[in-house]
Ligand binder design. Structure first.
Ligand SMILES: Nc1ncnc2c1ncn2[C@@H]1O[C@H](COP(=O)(O)OP(=O)(O)OP(=O)(O)O)[C@@H](O)[C@H]1O
Ligand SMILES: [Mg+2]
Length: 250
């Protein structure tokens, strides 16, 4: 089912994870016994209402937080038991894209993309790599633009290029199309689909958008911190759905 470079993306295995937050006397179970296996190189939508645990799941996968219970294996790494140092290395190989882009306003598009590489020694030209990635997301010629000079969709593409600069084995995107119109959202989705095909990157995308979700390989729906259901999307259904949607456009 998955084409692309074998071994580029990581398989993910989540077993029985729980994450609770306590605010004062109240404890909220953001995730409550979630188990899920994800094939290397697949594009998975994480759907569900606000507060259902989508961002929490992505943060745990990105080792930005630790679960109270359960285990998370990403490729060879057991994410929940990494040492401090291993966590730093692990996070370097994860791409994270946020709804609000999080670009550094004083840096050009090129410098934003290169920024994650700057603290490290590299045997390649960092700015050349950033330039290639900007071109890959359709922003050749805009290297010197500041974020404030770019549209929302363009800023999000810079954020995706930046998330790819360390050649991640897992890309986590938290509502990357949330602030964008549907056409721009569709372009971003094409970008994610292309990534999956070319590099075999495993991609998890939290989204409220049913069109985006229907184009992924699988849809995992969360509700109240639990998995409601998991749907494997058949490519022909996705095409039919997309055709319906496009026909409605003026
Ligand atoms: N840092 C935190 N402190 C306390 N509670 C939190 C924290 N982060 C998340 N929660 C709670 O955990 C639950 C899940 O939140 P989460 O952000 O994962 O939901 P979500 O599905 O991403 O929602 P949205 O679609 O609105 O982004 C919510 O009830 C939320 O209030
Ligand atoms: Mg969220």
């Amino acid at each position: 089912m998955m084409e692309g470079q074998a071994g580029a993306g990581a398989a993910v295995e989540i077993s029985g994870i729980a994450k609770r937050y306590s605010t004062g006397a109240q404890a909220v179970a953001a995730l409550d016994g979630v188990s899920l296996a994800i094939e290397a190189g697949s594009l998975v939508a994480v759907a569900g209402p606000s507060g259902s645990g989508k961002s929490t799941l992505l943060h745990l996968l990105g080792a930005m937080d630790v679960p109270d219970e359960g285990t998370i294996r990403v490729g060879a790494a057991e994410v929940t038991t990494l040492s401090r140092r291993e966590r730093v290395d692990y996070r370097r190989r994860i791409g994270f894209v946020f709804q609000s882009f999080h670009l550094l306003p004083a840096l050009t598009a090129l410098d934003n993309v290169a920024a994650p590489l700057l603290p490290y020694r590299a045997d390649f030209d960092k700015h050349e790599r950033a330039r290639e990635l900007l071109a890959a997301v359709g922003l050749a010629g805009r290297e010197d633009a500041l974020p404030s000079e770019l549209s929302g969709g363009q800023q999000q593409r810079v954020a995706i290029a930046r998330a790819l600069v360390n050649d991640p084995f897992l890309l986590l995107a938290d509502e990357p199309t949330g602030n964008l119109d549907s056409r721009t959202g569709e372009e971003l989705l094409q970008l994610l689909l292309g990534l999956r095909a070319q590099r075999g990157t495993t991609v998890l995308v939290a989204t409220h958008d049913p069109v985006i979700a229907s184009r992924c390989d699988r849809i995992v729906r969360l509700q109240d911190g639990r998995i409601l259901d998991v749907t494997d999307v058949q490519p022909e259904e996705a095409t039919a759905l997309l055709e319906r949607v496009t026909r409605l456009e003026p």
